[in-house]
Write a protein that binds this ligand. Structure first.
Ligand SMILES: *Cc1c(COP(=O)(O)O)cnc(C)c1O
Length: 424
């Protein structure tokens, strides 16, 4: 197969090879990224990409579903078992579509939703002003306490009582602490709202028991499949039996046409992988690595939002270092350390040049790195930050990073062999 690509389209082949070299020759700290297994990669590049399967198993709109029905049923059953949910819909194309489907299943356009403000760690699709979710619904965002960086459940309850939302969304994209889904469930009950919990970032930690599951408390749970869960890019909805028909209708025919069957196939594989002691050990190490990295960064005088982390991610507030987040992210990238600049709660700087840097440990942990390497990476970050305009230092660090990468090869993850590349 790789030979076919190499022969037919050498230009794209070469670019894929370059991206493969980049992924293996850099320390990837973007907390929403990971490396999938070779099995997931193979399933997602399989012939299932050729099949249309509008509808659901047993109720399709095209013939030839002898195999697709079995695959989708397996993916659903594995998701239900993994998350202990009544019902699973494995068709959403991404986390964003899954969220919109969750809202569409439960409420009407124009109704009020209450999600976490993007600038305080929420996701665009939780009703942020540039997202269509804020046009379709009346959005009232809640924020964290800007002093502590923590969710203030009393303030969220007060806001909910004032605005009486139809949906409260719990979940975040840049929040380094445990989210109390049980309290969110109580608040939702008190104001007569549905609770939608979005665990896109932490799904892998949830299945491993590192983070408490929202499944007992939420009406609908939404997630991506490609972040800590380490599957292909996709979305997943879990819900109580009473919402199953509405959720399915919202995904298809409400928002989508045919599901991406190759992705569903790979989701089924990823769910099997996640249901193993090895995966629990992986997710446990992700959190340990984040803690080790955070402790070292604090020792180096970095300010961390909430003062640390309980999950897979760390949000550095760079204001005391007088370095803009974007400048540090770009310097780190030249040193082969890939992160993203991010707003911090109460950020006085504009969103395109914010005061924070967001990092996380899912990808380095898949490579087998442990606390010692997490600390070493914190030291790389300090060295870059302390002498950020020193190009020869950054060049030197990039060599040290490459050496570290070579000691922790990406485990059997890629189909395309490197020709003369960095890949160990
Ligand atoms: C990443 C993320 C999403 C969106 O996922 P996409 O697959 O990029 O559409 C939704 N919610 C949260 C909390 C996320 O972190």
């Amino acid at each position: 197969m790789q030979t076919a690509l190499e022969q037919y389209d050498p230009q794209i082949y070469e670019l894929i090879r370059q991206e493969e070299a980049r992924q293996s020759g850099s320390i990837r700290l973007i907390p929403s990224e990971n490396y999938v297994s070779r099995a997931v990669m193979m399933a997602s590049s399989s012939c299932l990409t050729n099949k249309y399967a509008e509808g659901y198993p047993g109720k399709r709109y095209y013939e030839g579903q002898q195999v697709t029905d079995l695959i989708e049923k397996l993916a659903q059953d594995r998701a239900k078992e993994l998350f202990k949910a009544d019902h699973a819909n494995v068709q959403p194309y991404s986390g964003s579509v899954a969220n919109l489907a969750a809202y569409a299943a439960l409420i009407e356009p124009g109704d009020t939703i209450m999600g976490m403000s993007l600038s305080h760690g929420g996701h665009l699709t939780h009703g942020w002003k540039v997202s269509l979710t804020s046009k379709f619904y009346n959005s009232v965002p809640y924020e964290v306490n800007t002093e502590t960086g923590l969710l203030d459940y009393d303030a969220i309850r007060d806001l909910a009582k004032k605005h009486r939302p139809k949906i409260i969304i719990s979940g975040a994209t840049a929040y380094p602490r445990i989210i109390d889904f049980e309290i969110f469930g109580q608040i939702a009950k008190e104001v007569g709202a549905y609770l939608v919990s979005d665990i896109a970032h932490i799904a892998g930690l949830v299945v491993a028991g590192i983070h408490k599951s929202p499944v007992p408390y939420a009406d609908v749970v939404s997630t991506t499949t490609h972040k800590t869960l380490r599957g292909p890019r996709g979305g997943l909805l879990l819900c109580k039996a009473e919402h199953a028909a509405k959720v399915d209708k919202a995904v298809f025919p409400g928002l989508q046409g045919g599901p991406h069957m190759h992705t569903l196939t790979a989701i089924a594989v990823a769910m099997a992988e996640a249901n193993t002691p090895e995966f629990v050990a992986y997710a446990t190490q992700v959190a340990k690595n984040a803690k080790a990295m955070a402790t070292k960064l604090l020792e180096y005088g970095f300010k961390l939002v909430t003062g640390g982390t309980d999950n897979h991610l760390i949000l550095i507030d760079l204001r005391n270092k007088q370095i803009p987040g974007k400048k540090l992210a770009k310097a780190l990238d030249r040193a082969r350390i890939v992160s993203n600049y991010n707003t911090v709660p109460g950020d006085p700087a504009p969103p395109f040049n914010p005061s924070g840097l967001r990092i996380g440990t899912p990808a380095i942990t898949t490579r087998g790195m442990k606390e010692a390497e997490a600390e070493q990476i914190a030291t790389f970050i300090r060295r870059v930050a302390e002498d950020i305009d020193n190009d020869s230092l950054i060049e030197q660090i990039s060599k040290e990073v490459l050496l570290l990468c070579s000691q922790f090869p990406v485990p059997e993850h890629f189909i395309i062999p490197s020709r003369n590349g960095v890949r160990p």
